[in-house]
Design a protein around this ligand. Sequence first.
Ligand code: AMP
Ligand code: GLY
Length: 426
Amino acid sequence: MNVLVIGTGGREHAIALALRKSKKLKRLFCSPGNPGTKTIAENIALNISDHNNVIEFCKSNEINLVVVGPEQPLVDGLADSLRENSILVFGPSSNAARIESSKSFAKRIMNNAQVATAAYKEFYVNQFEETLDYLKGIKYPIVLKADGLAAGKGVIICGDFSEAKEAVKDFFVNKIFGSSGDKIIIEEFLTGEEASVFAITDGEDFVCLSAAQDHKRIGDNDTGKNTGGMGAYAPTPLITEKLQQKIEKEIIAPTLNELKRSGNKFIGCLYAGLIITESGPKVIEFNCRFGDPEAQVVLPLIEGDFLELLYSAANGKIEKNSIKYSGGCSVCIVAASGGYPDKYEKGLLINGLDLTNENIIIYHAGTIEKDGNILTNGGRVLGVTSVINSNDLLTAKMIAYQAIEKISFDGMYYRKDISDKALKFI
Ligand code: AMP
Ligand code: GLY
């Protein structure tokens, strides 16, 4: 089979590497890809927002499957355009991708499906005073969310009314998220540990991969600003077998059923962001794609044929037995540019990438190749990831940290506590 992976991050490097292992794979393309995917696939510069450009490429290269990594092309209808041209694609339609691109759509699906989520209320940009009146009479903390996509930054946790007022001003008056913040939801604050669950689905049937924990804040012990994710580990002992079954039965299955029933059949990877509260797991967000950096730890733990899994799901009849969990564990530490998630420099030389260790994968994210050197080119630069055969997370953590210490660039920053959360549940 010939496969095209769309995207440029660490997640797409991980998807490409997992597909590479399949005996059924003939040619693997990544667009645009990155210097990491270049070592395992053919990088190809397509204009992803020009769907005809992608369709033409697929036709002339006999592409059997397209795997779309990021949310934006899905929200923009790339999967729809490909399907209209009889090109098989792993990724939801634009309508189904609203599970991520519209928080109010996601809430309606969850309410109809009776899936546990935080209680909420919706407000529009023309309801400034009404929103403030509502915020005066409620208990804090509270969570304000832009309805639309906001690059992972559209969530503000407010400790009191004055913080909430400032946040509403930012959404409705200063328009810091543009039209994505013209509608907001105000949501109950949930307490508990977070987990990411990934269901690979053909729209009806599904199989879940190992549950992971992300580390969203920039600082150790979950302090400082939110980021795209500073590291992850899997599987997480927080999600016991029993809890996993409950999540599949009470969250994933009813959500997929309701999406299908409402004419929004979801084919692809449904990512459930959960908080495990005292009264059970509750959804804080759904995404229409694999997590980043969670994919970097979840995908190397798969044994079997990942291509077969995605191909069969895209084709409407998922072969759930094409993969199984290896029994191992994985820890990914993100090496970020100094200053991230605020301003940072680009174009800095990365040293130590020649490191070889059979338990280490160095995923590329924000990197670029120039004159034979690899330079930094983004906020999250690399995902240094250990993968071991046993479920000994402490060893996996040690191997990952020993590796990242051998890699350097000016201002390189990484968290020192990735996977420590797991110790609470062991
Ligand atoms: P999101 O962009 O939806 O992943 O949200 C970013 C972060 O905000 C999450 O990882 C949580 O830590 C936090 N968060 C979102 N919704 C809630 C909620 N209802 N209660 C508590 N924390 C939340
Ligand atoms: N790791 C968070 C996300 O992919 O949205």
